[in-house]
Design a binder for this molecule. Structure first.
Ligand code: PLP
Length: 367
């Protein structure tokens, strides 16, 4: 049996509806921002429950711009978690700031108990990540940030549809970023990103900044860049958004089936604790496994496309050399890098495939 990690051919097997919408766009010639982007931004803001949504070209761009919108400048420090995708940290560097890492907890999320100790006079933002579609303890993050008067920028890139006690990921911080990369829960046909905020001033800055600082074609208010959401991606994103609640529910069902199927194997493979009140979007179904590398090879040999996110932590990557971190600085993150694996649990996985994955894992540990 095959259990594929990438599901895009299945998700977009039926495209006629998308093509109809795209024909309408092409007929208008509105290829730079315009009504299709505006309509999508409004729809996304309503879904998340915020005042403003600002479309960007990528999630990475959304993060860089969000950091700028909260006032991060060259020389500042931004606190984030050591286990994330490189884009979180690359965005901090691109904004001119210095990434300051804290270790993660056993749910693979930022260890909120370590944040206060990392704050210095140079800290200008805290950047928690909803890693893999799962949320850290956002109430605690916000309490620490508020106590020190430091703005929070959520990296909610993988987490459209995730909630904490009914409140959506991306509604806690001052300015927050989502990705619409093809393997995110809300995905488009290429790259796409979106920033959300309730802050009118930040939204005004972002609408100018992503579009060269232009008020109109003849008036440039601030220095800016070109990092706009493409209208055809707004059209695609709008249709996918209609399906997001349903697809997240299927991911939750699959994750629950996997969790149940792995019961009894805790000595070998363990999914993280799942606090009541959190709904994960399961961009990644992560677990910690004994003899991880061997297990991943075994799964792949049996047709299950297991992955590793990621085997080398960012503070030990060559690009991070100048940050001065060393092996041993983030022991939880480093241990997880040796033990973590990702199993396919997306909306196109069915119950038979889940049962098959569980049986392959049981066979591996019974050998
Ligand atoms: C945690 C995290 N941050 C940032 C990004 C960057 O998003 P993008 O690929 O849209 O630039 C991603 C995904 O790729 C991600 O998983």
């Amino acid at each position: 049996m095959q259990v594929k990690y990438n599901y895009l051919d299945q998700q977009f097997a039926e495209v006629e509806g998308y093509f109809q919408d795209l024909r309408q766009l092409v007929a208008t010639g509105e290829f730079t921002l315009g009504p299709f982007v505006e309509a999508f931004e409004k729809k996304f803001a309503a879904y998340i429950g915020v005042k403003h949504a600002i479309g960007t070209n990528t999630g990475t761009g959304a993060l860089i711009q969000s950091l700028k919108a909260v006032g991060v400048q060259p020389g500042d420090e931004v606190i984030t978690v050591a286990n994330t995708f490189i884009a979180t940290v690359g965005a901090i560097v691109a904004a001119g700031a210095r990434p300051v890492f804290v270790d993660c907890d056993d749910r693979y999320q930022i260890d909120v108990n370590l944040i206060a100790g990392a704050i210095t006079a140079k800290t200008k933002a805290i950047l928690p990540v909803h890693w893999g579609g799962c949320s850290p303890d956002m109430d605690k993050v916000m309490a620490i940030a508020d106590k020190h008067g430091i703005p929070v920028v959520e990296d909610a890139c993988p987490s459209v549809g995730a909630t904490v006690n009914g409140r959506k990921a991306g509604t806690f911080g001052k300015v927050n970023a989502f990705s619409m990369h093809p393997l995110k829960p809300l995905n488009v046909w290429g790259d796409g990103g979106i920033i959300v905020t309730n802050d009118d001033k930040a939204a005004e800055f972002l609408r100018l900044y992503r579009n060269h600082g232009m008020v109109d074609r003849d008036h440039i208010e601030i220095w800016g860049i070109n990092d706009r959401l493409q209208p055809f991606q707004a059209v695609v994103g709008s249709r996918v958004l209609d399906t997001v609640e349903g697809l997240v529910q299927l991911r939750v069902r699959n994750a629950q089936l996997l969790d149940a199927g792995l019961k009894g194997l805790e000595a070998h493979i363990r999914p993280p604790a799942r606090p009541a009140g959190n709904r994960e979007a399961y961009q990644l179904y992560l677990a910690t496994a004994e003899r991880r590398d061997e297990l991943v090879k075994f799964l792949i040999s049996r047709g299950v496309e297991a992955k590793i996110h990621y085997p080398i932590p960012i503070h030990l990557q060559n690009c991070a050399r100048d940050l001065g971190y060393r092996k041993g600085d983030f022991p939880v993150c480093e241990k997880q890098a040796d033990e973590i694996l990702t199993l396919p649990a997306h909306q196109h996985i069915n119950e038979e495939q889940i049962a098959y994955m569980v049986s392959v894992i049981r066979e591996f540990y019974a050998r």
